[in-house]
Write a protein that binds this ligand. Sequence first.
Ligand SMILES: *[C@@H]1O[C@H](CO)[C@@H](O)[C@H](O)[C@H]1NC(C)=O
Ligand SMILES: *[C@@H]1O[C@H](CO)[C@@H](O)[C@H](O)[C@H]1NC(C)=O
Ligand SMILES: *[C@@H]1O[C@H](CO)[C@@H](O)[C@H](O)[C@H]1NC(C)=O
Ligand SMILES: *[C@@H]1O[C@H](CO)[C@@H](O)[C@H](O)[C@H]1NC(C)=O
Ligand SMILES: *[C@@H]1O[C@H](CO)[C@@H](O)[C@H](O)[C@H]1NC(C)=O
Ligand SMILES: *[C@@H]1O[C@H](CO)[C@@H](O)[C@H](O)[C@H]1NC(C)=O
Ligand SMILES: *[C@@H]1O[C@H](CO)[C@@H](O)[C@H](O)[C@H]1NC(C)=O
Ligand SMILES: *[C@@H]1O[C@H](CO)[C@@H](O)[C@H](O)[C@H]1NC(C)=O
Ligand SMILES: *[C@@H]1O[C@H](CO)[C@@H](O)[C@H](O)[C@H]1NC(C)=O
Ligand SMILES: *[C@@H]1O[C@H](CO)[C@@H](O)[C@H](O)[C@H]1NC(C)=O
Ligand SMILES: *[C@@H]1O[C@H](CO)[C@@H](O)[C@H](O)[C@H]1NC(C)=O
Ligand SMILES: [Cu+2]
Length: 820
Amino acid sequence: MLLTTVLLFSSLLTSSVLAGPHARLKNPKKRPKKHTPLLEVLSTVHSNSTASKTFSPVTVAPKENIFISLTNDEAASVISFLHNQTELNLTAAVDAGAWDNAIEVLDLVQPNKTDALHYLDHNGPLPPRYAVARIAFGATEEPYHQDFIVGPLPISKDSTYASLDWPTTSGSSKIRNYNADDDTLLQWNVDVTATVADIVLDLLNGTATGSDNDDFDIWGIDPLWMEEIDGEQRVILWNTYWRYPSDEDAVFDGSETLLPQGLFFKSDITGRDPSKWKVLGWLYGDIFYSTTEEFRQAWKSPGFVKYQLNLPGEWIGSDQTGQHFLADTIAPPVAVQPNGQRFSVDEKQKYVEWMDFSFYITFTRDTGLRLFDIKYGGERVIYELGLQEAIAHYAGNDPVQSGTAYMDTFYGFGPYAFELVPGYDCPTYSHFLNSTFHAAELSKTHRNNICLFESDPGYLMQRHSSSNYLALTKNIVLTLRSVSTVGNYDYSFDYVFALDGSIETIVRASGYIQSAYYAKNNDYGYQVHDALSGSMHDHVLNWKVDMDVLGTENTFVKHKIAPAVVKYPWANNTRSTMRLERERIENENDAKLSWPANGADMFLVENSNQLNKYGEPKGFKIAPSRGGAGMFLTIQDSPNLLKSQGFAKHALYVTKQKDTEVRSSHANNDYDPGHPIINFEDFFDGESLNQTDIVLWINLGMHHVPHTGDMPNTVFTTAQAGFIISPHNYLLNDASRTTRQMVRIDYNASGVQSVKEFGGKMASGVVNVSSLQPNFWNYEGDVAVRKFPYDPLHPFNDSEYHICPYFLVLLSIASAESIV
Ligand SMILES: *[C@@H]1O[C@H](CO)[C@@H](O)[C@H](O)[C@H]1NC(C)=O
Ligand SMILES: *[C@@H]1O[C@H](CO)[C@@H](O)[C@H](O)[C@H]1NC(C)=O
Ligand SMILES: *[C@@H]1O[C@H](CO)[C@@H](O)[C@H](O)[C@H]1NC(C)=O
Ligand SMILES: *[C@@H]1O[C@H](CO)[C@@H](O)[C@H](O)[C@H]1NC(C)=O
Ligand SMILES: *[C@@H]1O[C@H](CO)[C@@H](O)[C@H](O)[C@H]1NC(C)=O
Ligand SMILES: *[C@@H]1O[C@H](CO)[C@@H](O)[C@H](O)[C@H]1NC(C)=O
Ligand SMILES: *[C@@H]1O[C@H](CO)[C@@H](O)[C@H](O)[C@H]1NC(C)=O
Ligand SMILES: *[C@@H]1O[C@H](CO)[C@@H](O)[C@H](O)[C@H]1NC(C)=O
Ligand SMILES: *[C@@H]1O[C@H](CO)[C@@H](O)[C@H](O)[C@H]1NC(C)=O
Ligand SMILES: *[C@@H]1O[C@H](CO)[C@@H](O)[C@H](O)[C@H]1NC(C)=O
Ligand SMILES: *[C@@H]1O[C@H](CO)[C@@H](O)[C@H](O)[C@H]1NC(C)=O
Ligand SMILES: [Cu+2]
């Protein structure tokens, strides 16, 4: 729509107002005033008319959700089936110890895309369902973990099991576990510290004996190190002392990560016989002592420097303190949904329709929430959208911070995606969904751990005004949210759908930082309390974004905003200017990308064979939307992550879609990051990306150098990052014109002459906000159903399990209620 056809300036705007070289409309065309008839819905707007249908908040998914998690019955039958395979020699998880074989995790094997599309698009058969069982093999001197594919489901005579190797790059889902003996290790830690109990009491004013009234928790690096000593590969663990919050502050048990004590010891824990384990040294005040005796001698000598204690206190709690603001006892504004839900949900199939969008949801133990088959205007835009892995890589002058690089799918995002609190986590009117995951032969349901809600982000999608009229369009978005508290951190995940056709993926972090002891750590963080350093770290979270723009044959293109010097026929001198340069990324060799400096390239996924009526390929743009513009690990060759950081060296990657390249990481890579099950870098083998099915792998994150504003908790506001996918030459209009939530006000000097609404209604009626107040006492927590031995009529509760050795780290810092 050209300005000249709609802009009519009244005589109120004098020429002096409009004068000057930068005046946008120096000489607006004067036109006789007349009411222009409303434009009918443009034929170029892509959505089909829904006028003949009526809206219902309940819907039936057009297709079965073939991505949906295993049902409890499926999980139970798979467990029973596996226990019948005598060669697996399984022990019931509830009875299993470190020297047994036991099932750790069950999940769905994602159907192959070709089968899925055949079903979704061509009325092909339902893809067969298979389960993946992750089994810990402890009944051996060389314990390992392995994934098995079991099916087809339901279990029948035809069902079989086999090692699930095809989605790996190593060729096998088997990975060694060099630290299978968690109870033995706990005892080792206590035994080691007993040898220096007097020093610990003197330096740290407390004890660690393995008893209930211990002052210290002892844990350290993740993942473990391998170190060559005397020509042999040894398994190395560095530990440190963390003080438990004192009794009066014990409710803030997550605050343990604010209480590092500055004393470290190194152990060689190679093999399963603890009598062969060794203490390889101590570290205090940045001085390394290679034997316990050396440490003791130094401590006894007169010059020994003792550092300040890092003690708990009110400062570790997150309760309101200090004087409150005068107005702050008054209830703040709240959102309401005055006239009912405006999106449709099939709760059973976990399928959602909102305006021009529809999608399927699923939930996995490793990565939590995932989305499939996201359609816009009836056309698939994204086949798969979901988190792959989350790294938190620390640095510090001490070996524990330096040696920490969490890969959080090891702990899993599913187990820690707890119930959300209406009125706080999500608006009170949100539509909540439950989700279930299966671990250690327990099926756990997190009630209300996913919320869906529409909201007004507080700014318009579109506006324009002249002295003659105003046109305003509301910006209403649908948010899908879940939050996972993995240890000390709370990761909030949002998928935000907007009426302009965009889809934004956002991660935010809050909760407790993992901090460092202050002594000599100034190069690695700010001092944030009396004896505490913030401990700098990088968060990198990788997303798989399998885009399908008008079919699977797509190309990744860069449209560059490029400086240029051009000689024009209408000038004798060259001119400095800029131009649009189009570049195709046609090979995986060129597909490790970073967001350009100055935002100077537009990254697009286009279908080069689907041109709009002006000859431009239809596509979607991918851009960073919040947080730092581009995120990858600062440490490009991490000695902790080794070959497991392949997806975290650039901001984003493009690969050819393959059924064998399902995920960029594996939850068990953490056991042996030098020999990972999936090494993302192996996905790059020079394949053509020209008009083929391509997948983007996009990183979000934060370079996090905690400062006093992170104490006691990091705030979501600054710890957030997002990317947005939006139509680009895809529609012939701006999509704001599809919504009825707009108004046009025609006015002149005499006042408003007409108000045009488009069928959208203003909120009406009375909303009793008192009745919307959430009842916090309804917070329920988890429901667990034991699956083996399985009796669906008599399930029993279990608030505890431990299978993964590293899990102990989390167990020790998670509250009893939050333990899976
Ligand atoms: C496993 O074996 C038991 C005992 O023979 C049998 O009752 C059960 O049906 C078997 N489970 C499966 C899934 O085959
Ligand atoms: C089976 O596992 C048990 C421990 O649960 C172990 O004692 C036994 O040796 C294992 N049997 C075989 C054949 O590996
Ligand atoms: C899925 O694809 C992989 C890799 O091509 C193949 O090995 C596997 O058999 C396929 N699964 C099914 C159910 O067809
Ligand atoms: C050391 O601990 C004891 C007993 O818990 C306590 O009374 C004392 O105040 C502590 N000393 C310091 C310096 O914190
Ligand atoms: C619109 O409706 C027509 C006829 O029902 C159908 O052929 C077409 O695929 C629809 N288009 C979209 C984008 O849903
Ligand atoms: C979630 O689970 C609760 C029981 O804990 C049930 O009452 C509710 O209907 C479930 N909600 C959905 C959306 O399935
Ligand atoms: C370029 O310079 C020549 C010589 O001064 C002049 O005749 C011509 O008009 C100029 N061309 C343009 C495009 O200004
Ligand atoms: C890439 O695809 C485009 C559009 O289909 C085609 O014009 C071009 O020749 C292809 N490039 C190569 C190297 O095959
Ligand atoms: C405003 O528009 C109305 C309706 O066209 C007209 O009657 C009135 O004179 C206009 N007022 C001015 C100041 O132009
Ligand atoms: C509003 O809801 C509250 C709580 O449900 C109830 O006590 C109150 O009577 C309601 N007020 C009106 C005006 O309906
Ligand atoms: C599970 O625990 C709850 C709370 O302790 C209890 O009320 C309920 O009866 C238990 N359910 C079963 C099946 O034991
Ligand atoms: Cu952080």
